[in-house]
Design a protein around this ligand. Sequence first.
Ligand SMILES: Cc1ncc(C[n+]2csc(CCOP(=O)(O)OP(=O)(O)O)c2C)c(N)n1
Ligand SMILES: [Mg+2]
Length: 319
Amino acid sequence: MIPSKEKLIEMYRKMLEIRHFEEKVYELYGQNLVPGTIHLYAGQEAVAVGVCANLRREDYIVSTHRGHGHCIAKGADLKRVMAEILGKKTGYCKGKGGSMHIADFSVGILGATGVVGAGIPIAAGAGLSIKLRGTDQVVACFFGDGASNQGTFHEGINMAAIWKLPVLFVCENNLYAMGTRQSRVMLIENIADRAVAYGIPGVTVDGNDVLAVYEAARRAVERAKKREGPTLIECKTYRHKGHSRFDPATYRPKEEVEFWLKKDPIPRFRSKLVEMGVLTDAEAEQIEKEILNEIEEAVKFALESPYPEPEEALKDVYA
Ligand SMILES: Cc1ncc(C[n+]2csc(CCOP(=O)(O)OP(=O)(O)O)c2C)c(N)n1
Ligand SMILES: [Mg+2]
């Protein structure tokens, strides 16, 4: 099912927002303005946007260490995300959480975690809460190929399966966990095959094709709302940059990087929209300009915001 014209344009905007946001974060990191580390989402935008385009404000997501894109796609405020990344008081965690800890319950972002795989049981728990409260919400849980080798993957998905919880388990298979290639740590090619072990559907999609991701997530949401249980969606994708910070990613063959850059989800979607008559080139240029302005405003807001006071360090740590 193809989304409406308005929705398609909104999806394109979100993807571009994430891309330009990440490019800016990378630049600021280079200027030593980002405390801690960063894991950029550039290259994987079609996954977050394709999934979140099926979610309403009251639906939930659980994010990861590579989470800026998930949060932006779900409706986080760019200014507050940027301020948090820069360690500023106006950020989502008052500047004390940083890049890996964005949460905003008001738009259904239950949080991110730097502990690989830890979000999977949390999503199952959120699914159980939905079931017990009897609402029609759903949860989308993002995690990587590396996370799918953690025990939490087995425990969380199995539990969600037996209790038929309304969860989308979205595996972003970007072929690497830090510098470790998938083929070194698993003998299967498609992680979605593991769904068989839990008695739930598993689908593998081109994670650089936002409409393919959208459709897979749409079906999974439908299934979740009918109380039929979770779905495992594997999205094959690629991160444009290294794992974190300035990882030059020299472990990746040059041809492989080139292959995936040609499959960049953003120009691909833009050409498709032009071809479909949804967008003209001039309109696409205009959107890009607007987004660049928006990002500049977020950066200005973050740079002009104060750092938290040292005496606030232990405040809000325990609830
Ligand atoms: C439990 C745990 N083990 C190891 C790490 C170190 N670590 C951080 S990110 C990462 C790789 C995760 O790979 P994947 O799940 O594929 O996500 P990607 O980084 O590719 O998005 C590892 C091993 C960690 N943060 N947590
Ligand atoms: Mg990975």
